[in-house]
Design a protein around this ligand. Structure first.
Ligand SMILES: Nc1ccn([C@@H]2O[C@H](COP(=O)(O)OP(=O)(O)OP(=O)(O)O)[C@@H](O)[C@H]2O)c(=O)n1
Ligand SMILES: C[C@](O)(CO)[C@H](O)COP(=O)(O)O
Length: 220
């Protein structure tokens, strides 16, 4: 089995509000995207494609090892992953799609995803339980219901796929349909998605508080 990693790094990071694209924001002196690439390579991925904001190619090239391929992203995560898939070299039979915004994902998570793929799963996501009481509210902000949380899971990245399955699922997704993750794309094609354990350290950096927390947890 050979695996290509696609790092979705073309977002702007509006909610973080930094002075540069989120993937280039430093964490302990290294850009978030560099942490994400290292996680994939350490966890067992053979090659990496990073999907970048077209105007920032030079800055990403300077921040990453030369062996990493760069490709221009799109206006949405779905479009960016499509671009990464199209640019991946022909050798790999499995694909891991990872967010640059999850810099402290332990390589063990990558290893678990790869193991589930090797065991025959066509699609794999790392997940964590929902630990808070979860409710439904109406437009006035009044709680109308509580959701039983036992079957709920929070989905992380990297998400792993049999390559042909992911390529076919993206090809079948109508233009203009945007889904929040790649597992949703394969589920839309009727493919079952297998869960493995995620990790709290794989939390996504979305708002300034997340970056603060990541700074406290950084691996040395
Ligand atoms: N057009 C896009 C949008 C997002 N992403 C990537 O998808 C991951 C998850 O997205 P998110 O954390 O929501 O990032 P942003 O879209 O940049 O955040 P915001 O919504 O705050 O602007 C990030 O690594 C981001 O770079 C991408 O590659 N291309
Ligand atoms: C892919 C993802 O990180 C899985 O949790 C998430 O769906 C990204 O969503 P966002 O809306 O781009 O934050």
């Amino acid at each position: 089995m050979s695996a290509v990693g696609i790092v979705a790094a073309a977002g702007s990071g509006l909610r973080l509000g930094a002075d540069r694209p989120k993937a280039l924001v430093p964490l302990a002196g290294r850009p978030l995207v560099a942490w994400a690439v290292e996680t994939l390579l350490t966890g067992g991925v053979d090659e990496v494609v990073v999907v970048v904001p077209p105007a920032e190619r030079a800055a990403f090239a300077a921040a990453l090892p030369g062996a990493v391929a760069l490709v221009d992203g799109g206006d949405t995560r779905t479009a960016s992953v499509r671009a990464g898939l199209a640019a991946a070299g022909p050798g790999a039979d499995t694909v891991l799609v990872h967010d640059a915004a999850r810099p402290l994902t332990p390589p063990d998570v990558v290893t678990r995803v790869l193991a589930a793929l090797a065991a025959g799963a066509p699609a794999v996501v790392p997940v964590l339980p929902v630990v808070d009481t979860t409710v439904v509210v109406d437009e006035a902000g009044t709680v109308t219901d509580a959701v039983p949380r036992a079957p709920l899971r929070r989905v992380q990245t990297p998400q792993g796929f049999d390559r042909a399955t992911l390529v076919a699922a993206y090809a079948a997704l109508p233009d203009g349909v945007e889904l929040t993750d790649d597992a949703a794309v394969v589920r839309a094609a009727g493919i079952p998605v297998t869960c493995v354990d995620g990790d709290e350290r794989a939390a996504k950096v979305t708002i300034p508080h997340d970056l603060h927390l990541a700074g406290l947890q950084v691996r040395r």
